[in-house]
Design a protein. Structure first.
Length: 290
């Protein structure tokens, strides 16, 4: 299965999971008198649309290069990540606003059975986070990583809701608002988490140097090619799930231009075969000064 297929299959998992959880949380929040659960349902609803955006971004960014996009469409992926962050911040703002209103409004205690619902949700969302994060690493996908952090944020908001409902239930009258304070805390955490998602995507758009491990792998594979005496400059920029490479390779200064050209092609083909994550590879031949 290709990286694209893995990523798309994972987004289906997120979309279905978030849809089911949004319904469960919403019903439990309304009938269990828990605004923290309702806040959780709002976030899960936003997560559905965010996962749909991730699905679209992965599909679009995987389109092949064309005349107008010689490096492919990979940069669509971090742009989609920015939109996912907007969804996160919007849902956090709605949750915070509603929480503040509810804190000052008298209401009944949450139902005890809501703790069971929250316990199941926390376990499922933490499992979802770990699964999607693993797939994001395998597929080398920035937007899929953002989707994984959606699951982690959801797990944290559910933990906050669990604590808030527990405080309200065990301390009783006068502590009804603990549930709402938990939702407010969760909103703050979601905003902080949004920055953690936004920062790597911004680095990708700005061609920030973040890929020392990939460069080391490229140098190791280049050293195995007969006729390549070493490597100098190596620049990498990430676009979607691929790395585009500019590499300076050192060869014997006395060989012909034709031989140097052949070595460049052999090196390029070898790198793309041994490191499947590579996209465009541009080889610049340098003569051995010695």
């Amino acid at each position: 299965m290709s990286n694209q297929d893995k990523a798309i299959a994972t987004t289906y998992f997120s979309i279905i999971g978030n849809t089911v959880l949004a319904v469960v949380k919403g019903l439990a929040g309304v009938f269990g008198n828990s605004y923290a659960l309702i806040a959780d349902a709002i976030e899960s609803t936003a997560d559905i649309f965010a996962s749909l955006l991730v699905w679209f971004g992965i599909k679009y960014s995987s389109r092949p290069a064309d005349e107008n996009h010689p490096y492919g469409h990979g940069r669509a992926e971090p742009l989609i990540t920015f939109l996912v962050v907007v969804f996160l911040i919007t849902s956090a703002t709605i949750i915070a606003y509603k929480s503040i209103l509810n804190i000052g409004t008298p209401h009944d205690l949450p139902a005890p059975w809501t703790l069971i619902v929250l316990g199941v949700i926390i376990s499922w969302k933490e499992y979802s986070y770990r699964l999607v994060l693993q797939k994001s690493v395998e597929a080398n996908s920035t937007s899929l990583k953002a989707d994984a952090w959606h699951h982690r944020a959801d797990a944290i908001t559910s933990v906050a809701a669990f604590i808030g409902v527990s405080v309200a239930l065990f301390l009783g009258k006068g502590y009804e608002a603990a549930d709402d304070w938990a939702a407010l805390f969760a909103a703050g955490f979601i905003i902080y988490n949004s920055y953690l998602i936004f920062r790597p995507a911004l680095g990708e758009i700005m061609d920030e140097h973040l890929y020392d491990d990939v460069i080391e792998n490229i140098r190791l594979e280049a050293a195995k090619v007969e006729g390549i005496m070493g490597t100098e400059k190596c620049f990498i920029r990430k676009s979607g799930m691929k790395f585009h490479v500019d590499l300076h390779a050192i060869v014997d200064a006395d060989i012909s231009v034709k031989k140097g050209h052949q070595l460049a092609h052999i090196l390029k083909d070898t790198l793309r075969k041994e490191i499947p994550q590579l996209g465009h590879v541009l080889i610049h031949i340098e003569p051995d000064d010695e």
